[in-house]
Write a protein that binds this ligand. Structure first.
Ligand code: NOJ
Ligand code: CA
Length: 698
C-alpha cells in the first residue's frame, strides 16, 4: 500500500439530523437519517438527479426485536481514504481505492442495542454495510431477514436472471422492471439445478438502464459468513428489497458480535464503460491474507473436457451411469473413457508444443458411474484413479514436458463428503504435483436442504480457498455462489464459473449472441470467470449429423472473448485436432495473455457490444477484443492506448465478409498491418461476431 491519505474526525450529533456525504468527484450525494419512528434510511442523487429515493435499512432478528426501527443516531464520523494497491493477478497493475466514508452509529433505545451503518461513496457508486459492534445486549444472534431497500425512481430496462437459490446458469432476460416475471420463463433450457424461486425475485449483480440513459448496477461485495443477496422487485413501484438465501431450516445467517454484513453496492454512471472499469467491488474486500503469493500464477490451459461435453468421450470409465454396475466392480471399459493416461499424454504434448501452462483432466477418478442425482453421500473419494489413469506416469510425463496438471474435484454437491476428504485430497494433489484444482458442485447440496447460495455454502467455498492456500493450491470453482471480490483477499481463488458458461452451447439451447455482452455488466463484476472460450467447431453436427446444438457466436468472436472476459485462468476449450485444422486462427489463442498491467474499456453497451484493450503484464504487447450481439456492427477505434512514437505489428482476426453466427460462423480473415498510437482501425463485426487484435512492438 502506498500514498495513503487519511482524514478522520468525529462529530457528536445530539439529535437525529440527516447526514450528507458526497463522492470525491461530487457527482454522487448521499443522505442518511432516521425517521420519526427511528427507521434508518438513505437516498442517493447522481448529478443532482434522484437514483435511489428514501429507502429503509434494517435487519430482522429471530426471536427478538428487529434492528430496523426505534433507533436514534448517536454519533457519526466521516473520513476519506485515498490509497493505491497492487493486485497479485489482475486487469491492471495498480488499483486506486478512493472514497469518502460516513459511519452512522445507531442506538436502539428500548433494547439498548448498538448498530452502525457504514457508507462509502466512491466516484462510481455507493457501498454500505451493517456493523454490529461487540456489546452486552447482543452477542449471538440469528438473522431471519435483511430489509435493505433500493427504491428506484423509474421503470428501468433491466438485465436479470431468476433468484434461484441453487444456480446462476441462466440466460439473461432483458425487460422493463415492470415486466419481470419468473413464471413466464422457459425453464426447459438445460438447467440442472432449480432451487426455489419467486415471481419477481432476481439475482444480483443486476444491471439497469434508465430511459434517460443512466446506468445503475446493484450488487454486493465481500460476502463472507453470510448468504447471497437476491432482490425482490416490486414491479409497480420499482422498489427492490434484499432477499437473503436461507439455510435448510429457513434461517438466513448466524452471527456473533462483532460482526458485519457484506457491502451492498449501487454503481451509477451515464457512461456504461465506467461500470466495467470500476474496481469498487475489489476495493471493498480485505487485502490479501496470503503473504507469499509467488506461487499464484496465471494459467492458460487445455484439457480433457470438451470431448465429454460434445459426447465424444465419457467421464465414467464404464461408459454408463449405472450405480449397480459400478458397485458390482464388473466394469468393462467401453473405449470412450476420456481420462486415460494415453489421452492425457496427447494433451500434455499439445500443451507443451503450443505453450499452454496446464492440462485439466476430468473423469480421472472413480465415482462417475454413480455421480448424478445424489443418492449417495460418498460417491467420490478424490484419491482413487480409474485403472486406465496412471497418476505417477502422468506426473512424470507432465514434469518432463514442463506442463502443470490441473486436478478436477467434482463433488456432485456432496459437500459433507468433500470436507471430510479435503485434506487427503489436497495432500494427494501435492504429492502428484498438482497446483490447481477445478471444483464442481453439480446437483443438490448434501447436507440436504442447504442451497448453493446459503451461508453454509458461502462459508464452504471460502473455506476451501483458505485451506487450499495452506497447500499452495489455486482454486477454480464451478457451480459455486458467484464471487464478490473475495479473490482480493484470497488471490489463489483464480476463477469461478458461477454463470452460464460456454458448455451450455454443447448440449442445450445454448447462450444467445447477446450473452457475452451482458456478463461483463453482471457476473464479471464479482471476479474472474472460467467461461471456457475458444470453440472453433461451432456446430455440434460436426460430431453427430443429427445434432442441432451450436455455439451462438462466430469463430472470430470466440477469439475476442479471451480479451473481453477477464480471467487469469483461461481455457482453450476445443479439441486439439480442431485447433490443428485452423492454425492461423489458433495463433491468437497462443499469443493472448491472461494477466495485465492495464485495461481500457473502449466501448460498452450492456446487451449490445463491448470493446476492450489490455496491456500484458510486464510487456509492451496489447490485445484487443470487440464483440457484438445478434446484430452486425461497424465501428472505428483509435489505438491511442499504444505507446506514442512506437510502431506495432497489429494482427487482426475478424469475421469473414459473409460470416454470421448461425449461417456461416467459421468464416474469418486475418490481416497484418503496421500501426502507431495515432492509427485508427475500422472493425466490421458480423451478426454474433467479433474481432480480436494482437499488437506486438516492432
Ligand atoms: C459442470 C461444469 O461446469 C463442467 O465444467 C464440468 O465438466 C461438469 N460439471 C462435470 O463436473
Ligand atoms: Ca457449470
Amino acid at each position: 500500500m502506498n500514498k495513503v491519505v487519511l482524514l478522520f474526525f468525529v462529530i457528536i450529533t445530539p439529535f437525529a439530523m440527516a447526514q450528507k456525504l458526497n463522492s470525491p468527484n461530487n457527482q454522487l450525494e448521499l443522505k442518511v437519517g432516521v425517521n420519526k419512528i427511528g427507521r434508518p434510511y438513505y437516498s442517493l442523487l447522481y448529478k443532482n438527479k434522484a437514483v435511489v429515493e428514501t429507502s429503509f435499512l434494517g435487519l430482522v432478528l429471530k426471536q427478538t426485536n428487529t434492528l430496523a426501527a426505534d433507533f436514534e443516531i448517536k454519533n457519526h464520523a466521516i473520513k476519506t481514504v485515498n490509497e493505491k494497491w497492487n493486485p497479485v493477478l489482475g486487469e491492471q497493475k495498480e488499483i486506486t481505492n478512493h472514497f469518502n466514508e460516513l459511519t452512522v452509529e445507531l442506538f436502539q433505545k428500548t433494547t439498548q442495542r448498538k448498530m452502525n451503518i457504514v457508507f462509502r461513496l466512491f466516484d462510481e457508486g455507493l457501498a454500505f454495510r451493517y456493523e454490529i459492534p461487540a456489546q452486552e445486549k447482543l452477542n449471538y444472534f440469528v438473522i431471519s431477514d435483511e430489509t435493505t431497500q433500493f427504491a428506484l425512481t423509474e421503470d428501468y430496462k433491466v438485465f436479470w436472471i431468476p433468484g434461484d437459490y441453487d444456480s446462476q446458469e441462466y440466460v439473461y432476460n432483458e425487460t422493463k422492471l415492470s415486466e419481470i416475471d419468473v413464471t413466464k420463463l422457459d425453464m426447459n433450457n438445460g438447467i440442472g439445478m432449480k432451487g426455489p424461486m419467486a415471481k419477481s425475485r432476481i439475482q444480483s449483480p443486476v444491471m439497469l438502464k434508465s430511459p434517460s440513459g443512466m446506468y445503475v448496477n446493484i450488487f454486493e461485495a465481500a460476502v463472507v459468513n453470510y448468504p447471497i443477496m437476491h432482490l425482490d422487485v416490486d414491479t409497480s413501484t420499482f422498489l427492490m428489497q434484499s432477499h437473503l438465501v436461507p439455510n435448510a431450516i429457513g434461517d438466513k445467517a448466524y452471527l456473533q458480535a462483532p460482526a458485519n454484513t457484506p457491502w451492498r453496492t449501487i454503481m451509477v454512471s451515464d457512461d456504461a464503460r465506467k461500470i466495467l472499469a470500476s474496481k469498487m467491488t475489489l476495493n471493498l474486500n480485505e487485502p490479501s491474507k496470503i503473504e507469499d503469493t509467488s506461487w499464484i500464477k496465471p494459467m492458460k490451459y487445455v484439457g480433457i473436457w470438451w470431448e465429454m461435453h460434445v459426447g465424444k468421450a465419457t467421464w465414467d470409465y464404464a461408459g454408463s451411469q449405472n450405480a449397480q454396475m459400478a458397485q458390482d466392480a464388473e466394469l468393462k471399459p467401453t473405449g470412450k473413457h476420456g481420462a486415460t493416461t494415453e489421452n492425457t499424454k496427447k494433451y500434455i504434448d499439445f500443451a507443451a508444443k503450443h505453450g499452454f501452462d496446464g492440462v485439466l483432466v476430468e473423469g480421472w477418478n472413480v465415482g462417475w458411474e454413480d455421480w448424478f442425482g445424489n443418492w449417495k453421500e460418498n460417491v467420490f473419494d478424490f484419491v482413487t484413479p480409474y485403472p486406465d489413469f496412471n497418476v505417477e506416469e502422468v506426473k512424470k510425463y507432465a514434469q518432463s514436458k514442463g506442463v502443470k496438471m490441473i486436478m478436477h474435484h467434482e463433488t456432485s454437491g456432496s459437500v459433507a463428503n468433500y470436507e471430510r476428504r479435503l485434506d487427503r485430497a489436497f495432500s494427494f494433489m501435492k504429492k502428484h504435483n498438482y497446483d490447481a484444482v477445478k471444483t464442481g458442485y453439480v446437483g443438490k447440496i448434501i447436507p440436504r436442504g442447504e442451497w448453493h447460495d446459503g451461508q453454509t455454502m458461502v462459508n464452504h467455498f471460502n473455506w476451501v480457498v483458505e485451506r487450499a492456500a495452506e497447500y499452495k493450491i489455486m482454486v477454480n470453482s464451478h457451480e459455486s455462489s458467484r464471487p464478490t471480490g473475495v479473490h482480493r483477499t484470497y488471490p489463489n481463488y483464480i476463477a469461478a464459473e458461477a454463470a452460464r458458461g460456454n458448455e451450455f452451447n454443447a448440449w442445450s439451447i445454448g447462450n444467445p449472441p447477446a450473452h457475452e455482452t451482458i456478463l461483463p455488466f453482471t457476473r464479471f463484476l464479482g471476479g474472474p470467470m472460467d467461461y471456457t472460450p475458444g470453440i472453433f467447431e461451432i456446430k455440434m453436427s460436426h460430431y453427430d449429423a443429427a445434432k442441432k446444438e451450436q455455439v451462438h457466436t462466430t469463430l472470430a468472436k470466440q477469439l475476442a472473448l479471451y480479451v473481453t472476459i477477464y480471467s487469469p485462468l483461461q481455457m482453450a476449450a476445443d479439441l486439439p485436432e480442431n485447433y490443428e485444422r485452423y492454425p492461423d486462427a489458433f495463433q491468437f489463442i497462443k499469443d493472448v495473455e491472461v494477466d495485465w498491467d492495464d485495461t481500457r474499456i473502449l466501448e460498452a453497451e450492456p446487451g449490445d457490444f463491448v470493446t476492450i484493450a489490455r496491456k500484458t503484464k510486464g510487456k509492451e504487447t496489447w490485445f484487443l477484443g470487440a464483440i457484438t450481439d445478434e446484430n452486425p456492427r461497424s465501428t472505428e477505434i483509435t489505438v491511442d492506448f499504444l505507446t506514442p512514437g512506437k510502431k506495432y505489428k497489429a494482427t487482426i482476426y475478424q469475421d469473414g465478409k459473409d460470416a454470421h453466427w448461425e449461417k456461416n460462423p467459421k468464416a474469418y480473415t486475418i490481416k497484418t498491418i503496421e500501426v502507431t498510437a495515432k492509427s485508427k482501425i475500422k472493425l466490421n463485426l458480423a451478426a454474433g461476431g467479433g474481432t480480436a487484435i494482437s499488437f506486438f512492438p516492432l
